[in-house]
Design a binder for this molecule. Structure first.
Ligand code: NOJ
Length: 591
């Protein structure tokens, strides 16, 4: 029997504060805005709230560059607001987790300011500093050829102290030196204990596998000869000291009965993943793996696209659902289709769904897909109403993410006379840009700015503020909370039913085993869920990922048994009719 609250039932709803709900109409979402929508989150059936970084930050990487772990970003509210958020969650029976970003800080953090002030500063060693290298002609080079995640060198030269510092992300996000024990102690105190003492129930742990780096910093193999800097994930992910560091942290978490979900990029080997979450010696409660959200990414630059077919998605999902069974007892899968780093799932997994009717059907089908999977569920704001990517006709000024903009600017700088290239590349960027997840949540079709904020008038009737990011116009086409709350056929209504269905049958849907079927089928995705309830209960889930009609056959195992249609995405379905409309999904149960 699962012991902890997160093993039993976690349905986590992720809020990205800047774009969730703006209570003071300054164009940015805020903590009072989150509090005002807790009833919405509760009504969905979620039982845990994950708040993406709300800390003091210059927001070069939208809050993943923290300048003070113990302070709140002023436009989001105050410490009192945050404490109230924790209380209000608990009063509603919601757990609350925060983001833990401790691979790096902002360059505006007092620790880094001290570290860069002189080579002899006691905090010099809290970050990673190295001297320059020189080529044969005496040109100065960074200490190695690593590329940062945002398409620059992973090293930046500091004029003042004449050394380079390492940053795996932006140059404004220097990496902390985890080999320094004093630094580790202070990180634990400020970033972890401070918030656990305020009563939060755990953390989503950012880039959790990068704390331990090879301190001799070898060059990465050259795999992209067009770029002076090379991807080096295999060198800086999952280093040898990771277990030591994570055990130090998990000892703290255990004291507070806190859950952790680690972000685990660039770790395809399931044995390596399992080491982090094996219940016999867990370093983390669970981890996000990346297989299914990497399908459309090519090698080299991460904005290179590749086309993929449904069987590849089946492989990725089967991997995510089954690798956790390689420990005894099984570890917990962290199931997600969206978050703040991913494009919207309808646009990504059902790209042919274009009309409001099609996106609605696809949204429901994907809700069924996700909620039928085992493990903890992570739902991202707006997913519950079927928000989609924004149009690829929006210009570069609508993109705010440093990731998209660095790449776009790099292409502009390298396009020479080819004026069509930046425009073409922008269309590609649009397909997988993180910006897609960051447009404001669409609350209403009747109110200005989709109800995300209200207009605020300055002198002479002048508009004072606008949403910090453009709102997707399709809020007028039914993709908004207000219209869907009253519509029993909406994506939102379906998410609620699907979550309730799952929670009512935990043996099948939360803890059941996953068995893939019909692997080669390019249009329908089907699988079995088997309950370990001693009664042989089996669910058959069949999902049409295409816009065309598809037929299916009940698996032999279900034939001749008492089979009930547990749930369908379409309202009128005949049990015996084994034909699915475009983006239709069904769940049959045999007991
Ligand atoms: C992963 C976060 O999810 C992403 O948004 C951020 O840019 C990087 N880590 C750096 O913290």
């Amino acid at each position: 029997m699962p012991k902890t609250w997160w093993e039993r039932e976690a349905i986590v709803y992720q809020v990205w504060p800047a774009s969730f709900a703006d209570s003071n109409n300054d164009g940015f979402g805020d903590i009072p805005g989150i509090i005002s929508k807790l009833d919405h989150i509760n009504s969905l059936g979620a039982n845990t709230l994950w708040v993406s970084p709300h800390y003091a930050s210059p927001r070069i990487d939208e809050g993943y560059d923290i300048s003070d772990y113990k302070a709140v970003y002023p436009p989001f509210g105050t410490m009192e607001d945050t404490e109230r958020l924790i209380r209000e969650c608990h009063q509603r029976g919601l757990k609350i987790i925060f983001d833990l970003v401790i691979n790096h800080t902002s360059d505006q953090h007092a620790w880094f300011k001290a570290s860069r002030s002189s080579k002899s500063n006691p905090k010099r060693d809290w970050y990673i500093w190295r001297p320059a290298k020189y080529d044969d002609k005496g040109n100065m080079l960074p200490p190695n050829n690593w590329r940062s995640y945002f398409n620059e060198s992973a090293w930046t030269w500091d004029e003042h102290t004449q050394e380079y510092y390492l940053h795996l992300f932006c140059k404004e996000q220097p990496d902390l030196n985890w080999t320094c024990e004093d630094a580790r102690k202070q990180i634990y105190q400020d970033a972890i204990i401070f918030w656990l003492e305020k009563g939060i129930n755990g953390f989503r742990v950012d880039t959790v596998n990068m704390y331990s780096k090879p301190m001799d910093f070898p060059d990465a193999e050259v795999t992209d000869s067009d770029n002076p800097y090379q991807p080096a994930h295999s060198l800086f992910c999952n280093g040898p000291e990771m277990p030591k560091y994570l055990r130090e942290i998990s000892a703290i978490f255990d004291k507070y009965d806190a859950m952790t979900v680690g972000e685990l990029p660039s770790t395809p080997d399931f044995k390596q993943v399992l080491r982090y979450i094996d219940p016999n010696d867990p370093q983390l409660s669970m981890v996000f793996s990346f297989d299914h959200v990497s399908l459309d990414r090519g090698e080299g630059q991460h904005f290179y696209l590749r086309s993929w077919k449904l069987p590849e998605l089946k492989n990725a999902i089967a991997h995510m659902q089954t690798f956790v069974r390689n420990s005894s007892p099984p570890a917990i899968a962290a199931t997600y289709l969206e978050n703040h780093d991913q494009p919207r799932s309808i646009s990504r997994f059902c790209p042919a769904a274009q009309t409001p009717e099609e996106t609605k059907r696809a949204g429901k089908m994907l809700a069924m897909f996700q909620t039928a999977m085992s493990g903890a569920q992570f739902i991202y704001q707006g997913q519950e109403i079927g928000m989609t990517n924004f149009p690829d006709t929006w210009g570069p000024h609508e993109y705010k993410d440093v990731d998209s903009l660095n790449y776009y600017n790099y292409v502009v700088a390298h396009s020479g006379d080819d004026t069509s290239k930046p425009g073409e590349v922008l269309k590609k960027i649009n397909r997988i840009a993180r910006d897609n997840a960051r447009t404001p949540v669409q609350w209403s079709s009747a109110q200005p700015y989709a109800g995300f904020m209200a207009p605020s008038q300055g002198g002479e009737g002048k508009q004072l503020h606008k949403p910090w990011m453009r709102i997707n116009d399709n809020y007028k086409d039914g993709i908004n909370v207000e219209d869907q709350v009253h519509d029993p056929d909406s994506v939102l209504a379906f998410w609620k039913q699907a979550i309730a269905m799952r929670q009512a049958r935990p043996a099948l849907f939360v803890h059941g085993t996953y068995e893939p079927l019909d692997h080669e089928n390019q249009h329908t995705f089907s699988f079995l869920k088997r309950a370990e309830d001693g009664k042989g209960t089996v669910a058959y889930i069949v999902l049409n990922f295409s816009e065309k009609q598809q037929t299916f056959t009940l698996p032999t195992e279900l034939q001749g048994r008492k089979v009930e249609l547990l749930m369908g995405t379409q309202q009128k379905v005949h049990l015996q009719e084994h034909r699915l409309g475009g983006y239709e999904g069904r769940i049959y149960v045999a007991s």
